[in-house]
Design a protein around this ligand. Structure first.
Ligand code: BDR
Ligand code: CA
Length: 359
């Protein structure tokens, strides 16, 4: 009897050690110590250098059983759709999540100016050859809108939709199945800028400006869209020093080597465009969405009614709020307007180290 109990005990201990080793050891838990289930995330992205950093951070959180990656859908933006699809597959393979489904982008009639001048012609700082092969084929992939619809409809209120590229796919899903975005647990968007200059025009931020009609449709889909605008993301500069600290924590890691090289590339373009006040680093815009979800103490949010300018000759893509002290009975968003940069970056770097130490 005793020995059966003991062996059962040993078995569960072995299983626990195996899970610990696989996941890096951490797990979400409630105050009473009960493990809480990982947060289900569907990421819509246009990799893109800062998208790559966000996707690697997300994979670290998934390794630590804080997040579950339901799917990754790709959208044209920083570079064209074929490349963002290929890049997403490769970054997932790099992080050890090559099995996650990748959706291909919904085509648009209009082609916009991309951001290859910032992210490299391949979108990966011209470093795509450092990445492993993706197991995903564009010709076999399902469309982003269908994946979004299927996943949200199957688990209403359970999945957080994180959008870190133009909102084309989200709007297409809403257009095809009205009400589908309301089935997400939360919709968290990196995009927009409020009462400050934009980064692609004097008024507009890249993700919103790329497809303003889509953005307007997403803001009309529910009244609690969480927005991480340039107001906070331009304060989050991932420096060469931070990248080096990640490499030092895992000197043989292929992920760390890639992160350092990509940081180096993005630092140069950022300096060229005078974007980070001369600092040797680049803005990890997209990572702010994960900070909001997993380190919420680093951001402060405000309610607002957001409109997107779709007509203006000089202001197309501008995100507009009314700051006059007049009643606003129908806010549709939560805007992050202040950030604890130091602690956000420290948490991100520590999580990246966890991932790098695993591979
Ligand atoms: C946004 O635009 C893209 O270039 C970045 O990846 C980020 O999503 C910042 O304006
Ligand atoms: Ca992006």
């Amino acid at each position: 009897m005793f020995s059966r109990e003991l062996s059962r005990c040993l078995l569960s201990l072995t299983a626990a050690v195996a899970i610990f080793a696989q996941t890096g050891g951490a797990a979400a838990s409630d105050r009473d110590g009960t493990p809480s289930p990982p947060r289900k995330i569907l990421l819509d992205t246009d990799p893109g250098g800062d998208d790559a950093f966000a996707l690697l951070w997300l994979q670290s959180l998934a390794k630590q059983r804080l997040a579950e990656i339901v799917a990754v859908t790709t959208v044209a933006g920083n570079v064209r759709g074929e490349l963002t699809f290929a890049n997403a597959g490769k970054i997932l393979a790099l992080g050890g999540f090559g099995h996650v489904e990748v959706g291909r982008c919904v085509p648009r009639q209009k082609t916009e100016k991309d951001a290859a001048h910032i992210h490299g012609t391949d979108g990966m700082g011209n470093l795509a050859q450092m990445l492993p092969e993706s197991r995903h084929r564009l010709s076999e992939a399902r469309s982003a809108e269908d994946i979004i619809i299927e996943k949200l409809a199957a688990a209403p209120g359970e999945i957080t939709l994180v959008a870190i590229g133009p909102l084309t796919n989200l709007a297409a899903a809403e257009g095809k199945r009205p009400g589908i975005l309301a089935k997400a647990k939360e919709v968290v968007v990196m995009g927009g800028v409020f009462c400050r200059p934009g980064n692609v025009t004097p008024q507009a931020e890249f993700n919103i400006s790329y497809d303003p009609e889509a953005a307007e449709r997403v803001f009309a889909s529910r009244n609690d869209i969480v927005v991480l605008p340039l107001n906070v993301t331009q304060r989050i500069t991932f420096t060469e020093e931070l990248a080096e600290s990640v490499r030092q924590a895992a000197p043989n890691s292929t992920i760390a080597r890639f992160l350092v090289a990509l940081c180096d590339f993005l630092t140069k373009t950022t300096l060229g465009y005078r974007e980070a006040e001369g600092a040797r680093g680049f803005h990890v815009h997209d990572a702010a969405t994960l900070a909001y979800l997993f380190y919420p103490e680093t951001l402060w949010l405000q309610r607002a009614r957001v409109h997107v300018e779709t007509q203006g000759q000089w202001t197309r893509g501008q995100t507009v709020i009314d700051q006059r002290h007049l009643a606003k009975p129908e806010p549709n968003a939560w805007l992050a307007l202040q950030v604890d940069t130091v602690n956000l970056l420290a948490s991100m770097a520590e999580d990246l180290k966890v991932l790098c130490q695993s591979k």
